[in-house]
Design a binder for this molecule. Structure first.
Ligand code: HDD
Length: 697
């Protein structure tokens, strides 16, 4: 075993690099520079042409080179994840802010400045592996810590609550949101009858649904969304004292979201926008960061806040329990091979380390089974998925588990049973006091209770927290929720389902229900006020949070014309000024040219976070051309404006803005390239100028 996992740990330690690097994978890397092709068993061969009987003759069965090439090819895919199939991952490191041993015995939290390698996979939930990134969806946030006491996985989401309360309901939830089974339509979307039928019959879904209908469902990028552990977990310290905790991963880039028509168009123009943004940011050295925080609560707090901390459809508002920042993580390395690392990463809520413990949340309890089962399926039945390089812990593995398909380890201990005397009793059982072992929080108790298949009465208020969320959104984001519900519900067929949904919305807010009802041509409803209240909380919106702390890597389109050298040179000047600010400008013109990175036939407003126009471009907007679709340049500007992006122009570039008044916020007309660059950079911090979005009367 020492040549395996522990050898890897030694290499990582000895490399002298930050643990965020992926050098622990070095021993598995295959590079094909200046080598001959071989078979899988190492024989050098020619695999370009098959072995035939004569030049025009049939291929021979004897051709082992052909046979092995094809049989390997036929098996390139493993089953995609049944949910969260679409995703992207990156390596990085976690750094603890302090010694947290007063609350947890987890070693990765044991010292200020201690660094631990991490791997994070972001995902959407419903779509298949090839689905577009900008689907409206909950987003997965699966974080693995390769700690010096084993792997610790927090398999969370970008929304702090979940649809259901019992893992038993998970297949039903997923069947309802996946494409309808007869025609397999729609892909990566909930705008269909089965999804909303389930939602309206399962009111525990309402809370997560409202979050997904808001900006949280369509983040600008993975870098601009937060993560949450969702469940309540436990921290346990060395003395066995435990606390209930909720994880928050707060992004340091700032929370930013798109608007729905923009997201839909972007899916067509660039289905990979999220994975591309993450890849490019890391490749450019702009490493995204998240602060790891916990809400720390006492065991006795479990039902103190008017809801049950074991209910994963509830979050703990920060007025009740503030977030204690405990560390941060940075993603600083892209994967070297998507399949080997991202696709084969297999996270388990059951991967825990000493100092962490579960709670009796029935969703969490059920997840502890489901993930391992999924990985067995995806790894074609073999439990040795834990030995795949991206999954193996960075510490030695010692137990009596043996063999299985794809076993990589050469176990020399022939006494693979406990208890034994012939191997001195090893491997020994570790526990709280011996061998730094994992231990269950001593405070955990099972009540003297009957066996039942029932929902706890403490789980049954499904409307108070969705209302809290609704009340806490700025009016622009409330409008976004209303618009999204109108879109979804107008795309379903069943009036009965629409009515059922409105009845549920009406228990949250009469205003919400009726604003949606009006667009569906359905009658207005009288209030259903049992759960109505006027409470608000903070930090739950994606709009109205103030300027973004970082705009690094944001993309700016600069419209110019190849017909005028002054326009091009000014575009270049704007581009240089934006690049100096860490932005990613692209000059757009009729044809590719020196310094022109995109054409009007390929460019679109959705590909940029801001769009500006260089001087001397009037003709582009007034004259048509066979080089691009009719009206495209003007449409880019109009769309950018309508999607709430900062826009601007130098000199007569302004003529492109036929319908835009210069005095509107986020619209910058100026006479200097540098001034425009400054203003656009400032505007990007606001990101979306929401006053351009129409609100219901
Ligand atoms: Fe799950 C994958 C997050 C409930 C069963 N889940 C998966 C992933 C994330 C989550 C981020 C992708 C991991 C990766 O990137 O590889 N899931 C959650 C959260 C939940 C949740 C935050 C609620 C709090 N999940 C949940 C339940 C069940 C599952 C209740 C089943 C009973 N989830 C799975 C799974 C997946 C999965 C079927 C599919 C692929 C995989 O596990 O590796 O086992």
């Amino acid at each position: 075993m020492d040549g395996g996992a522990s050898g890897i740990a030694k290499r990582a330690e000895g490399s002298g690099k930050l643990p965020g690097d992926d050098s622990f994978l070095d021993g598995f890397v295959v590079d094909d520079k200046d080598v001959y092709t071989t078979t899988d068993f190492g024989t050098p061969v020619n695999d370009r042409t098959s072995l035939k009987a004569g030049k025009r003759g049939p291929t021979l069965l004897e051709d082992f080179v052909y046979r092995t090439k094809l049989l390997r090819f036929d098996r390139e895919r493993i089953p995609e994840r049944v949910v969260h199939a679409r995703g992207a991952g990156a390596h990085g490191y976690f750094e603890s802010y302090a010694d947290w041993s007063n609350v947890t015995a987890a070693s990765f939290l044991g010292k200020a400045g201690k660094q631990t390698p991490v791997f994070l996979r972001f995902s959407t939930v419903a779509g298949s592996r090839g689905s577009p990134d900008l689907a409206r969806d909950v987003h997965g946030f699966a974080l693995r810590f390769y700690t010096d006491q084993g792997n610790y996985d927090i398999v969370g989401n970008n929304i702090p609550v979940f649809f259901i309360q019992d893992a038993m309901q998970f297949p039903d939830l997923v069947h309802s949101v996946k494409p309808q089974p007869d025609r397999e339509i729609p892909q990566a979307a909930t705008a269909h009858d089965t999804a909303w039928d389930f939602f309206s019959q399962t009111p525990s879904t309402l809370h997560t649904l409202l979050w997904a209908l808001s900006g949280h469902g369509i983040p600008r990028s993975f870098r601009h969304m937060d993560g949450f552990g969702v469940h309540t977990f436990r921290f346990v310290n060395d003395e066995g004292k435990s606390k209930l905790i909720k994880y928050h991963f707060t992004n340091k880039q700032g929370t930013a979201s798109l608007v729905w028509p923009e997201a839909q168009a972007l899916n067509g123009k660039n289905a990979d926008s999220h994975r591309e943004d993450l890849w490019n940011a890391i490749a450019a050295g702009n490493f995204p960061e998240w602060e790891v925080g916990v809400q720390i609560m006492d065991e006795e707090d479990v039902t103190r806040f008017g809801f049950d901390l074991l209910d994963p459809t509830k979050f703990v508002p920060v007025e009740y329990v503030p977030i204690t920042p405990i560390g941060k993580f940075v993603l600083n390395r892209n994967v070297r091979n998507y399949f080997a690392e991202t696709e084969q990463s297999m996270f388990c809520p059951g991967h825990v380390v000493r100092g962490i413990d579960f709670t009796d949340d029935p969703l969490l309890q059920g997840r502890l089974f489901s993930y391992v089962d999924t990985h067995l399926h995806r790894n074609l039945g073999s439990p040795n998925f834990e030995q795949i390089p991206i999954n193996r812990p960075h510490v030695p593995v010692h137990n009596n588990a043996r063999d299985g398909a794809g076993q990589h380890m050469i176990h020399t201990n022939i006494y693979a049973y406990s208890e034994n005397t012939l191997n001195g009793g090893a491997p020994f059982a570790a526990n709280q006091t011996r061998g730094n072992g994992f231990f269950t929080a001593p405070a955990r108790r099972v009540l003297d209770a009957a066996y039942l298949r029932e929902v706890s009465p403490t789980f049954m208020d499904y409307w108070t927290q969705p209302r809290l969320f609704w009340n806490s959104l700025p009016k622009e984001e409330q409008q976004m929720v209303v618009n999204a519900a109108r879109f979804e519900l107008s795309n379903i067929q069943s009036t009965k389902v629409r009515q059922n949904v409105l009845a549920q919305f009406n228990r949250i807010s009469n205003e919400l229900a009726n604003r949606v009802a009006v667009a569906l041509g359905l009658p207005q409803l009288g209030p259903d006020p049992k759960y109505y209240h006027n409470n608000k909380t903070v930090g739950v919106s994606t709009f109205g949070r103030g300027p973004l702390p970082s705009i690094i890597g944001f993309k700016v389109g600069i419209m110019a014309t190849t017909k005028d050298s002054q326009s091009l040179s000014q575009a270049k000047q704007i581009s240089d000024a934006l690049t100096a600010k860490g932005l990613k400008p692209t000059v757009i013109a009729e044809t590719l040219f020196d310094g022109v990175g995109a054409t009007y036939s390929g460019a679109d407003a959705v590909l940029f976070d801001a769009v500006v126009v260089a001087d001397n471009t009037k003709e582009v907007f007034t004259k048509g051309s066979s080089l691009y679709p009719t009206g495209r340049p003007a449409q880019i500007l109009r769309d950018a404006f309508n999607y709430g992006k900062p826009v601007g122009a130098v000199g007569d570039g302004k003529s492109g803005f036929d319908s835009v008044k210069p005095d509107q916020s986020g619209v910058y007309f100026t006479n200097s390239a540098d001034d425009l660059a400054n203003k656009i950079a400032e505007g990007l911090k606001t990101f979306k100028f929401t006053d351009r979005f129409p609100l219901d009367e």
